[in-house]
Write a protein that binds this ligand. Structure first.
Ligand SMILES: [Zn+2]
Length: 234
């Protein structure tokens, strides 16, 4: 039986991974992190998407929730409410600068915990929605980091050292946002509750990096954003 663990925030990219994984694997589990993020409303929305996915794919998803308070580290706009989320940044600048929304080594921390949960559940495939185009420039989302980390997991776990090799799967790594959306739609992805905004408002702000990249993605894909359709703002 092919099993996979999806690192699932409830955003657009990880929702795409969830729907893809449900087509590719016999059993899918998810791990969702509550890290005291400004936008932890995404966790509530993610549960809706999971319900929809289970219905469409006629499969049960085993979910894991993990709390780790990264606001204790702070220094960034996603876990420190005194730091504002940047608004209306130019895409050219997004490509060059690592923004204040970078949570120090967040993906490294998440991957460590995901690897531990995967090992305990005898899962060797770990899936994440990282991508290097149309992204905010976070270094722990890049393929060189992810390849190196895969190796570290294999050196540092019982399963890996016994020859059950872990794989970090990155189906979206080379896709533009529009390609991610179209790829998701090929796998019946429903983005009605896929929440991307950094600000954590009930309705997306439309001005943060994440909202800007998402809007551009739907425009280039020539599709309406399911979330905005649902709330009557498309
Ligand atoms: Zn936003």
């Amino acid at each position: 039986m092919k099993k996979a663990l999806v690192i699932y925030s409830g955003g657009l990219d990880s929702t795409t991974c969830l729907f893809w994984a449900l087509d590719e694997f016999d059993e899918v589990q998810t791990i969702t992190f509550n890290y005291n993020q400004r936008h932890n409303i995404e966790i509530e929305y993610s549960k809706k998407t999971l319900e929809i996915a289970e219905k469409i794919k006629n499969k049960t998803v085993k979910t894991h929730y993990f709390s780790i308070d990264l606001s204790q580290i702070g220094g960034n706009a996603l876990t420190d409410l005194s730091i504002d989320v940047p608004k209306n940044r130019d895409e050219k600048i997004m490509e060059k600068e690592i923004p204040i929304t970078y949570v120090p080594f967040r993906n490294g921390i998440f991957l460590s915990i995901a690897a531990a949960i995967a090992e305990k559940n005898e899962i060797t495939n770990i899936i994440g929605g990282w991508n290097m185009l149309d992204y905010s420039g976070y270094p722990d989302c890049r393929d060189d980091f992810l390849n190196a980390f895969e190796q570290s997991i294999n050196y540092g776990t019982k399963m890996g050292s016994e020859g059950n090799r872990f794989k970090i799967l990155t189906p979206l790594i080379k896709m533009r946002k529009s390609e991610i959306i179209l790829f998701g739609k090929e796998h019946q992805a429903d983005y009605s509750y896929a929440y991307s905004c950094y600000n954590g408002l009930k309705e997306p702000c439309g001005e943060c990096d994440s909202c800007i990249l998402r809007r551009k993605g739907f425009e280039e894909a020539k599709l309406k954003d399911d979330f905005l359709v649902r709330i009557g703002k498309a």
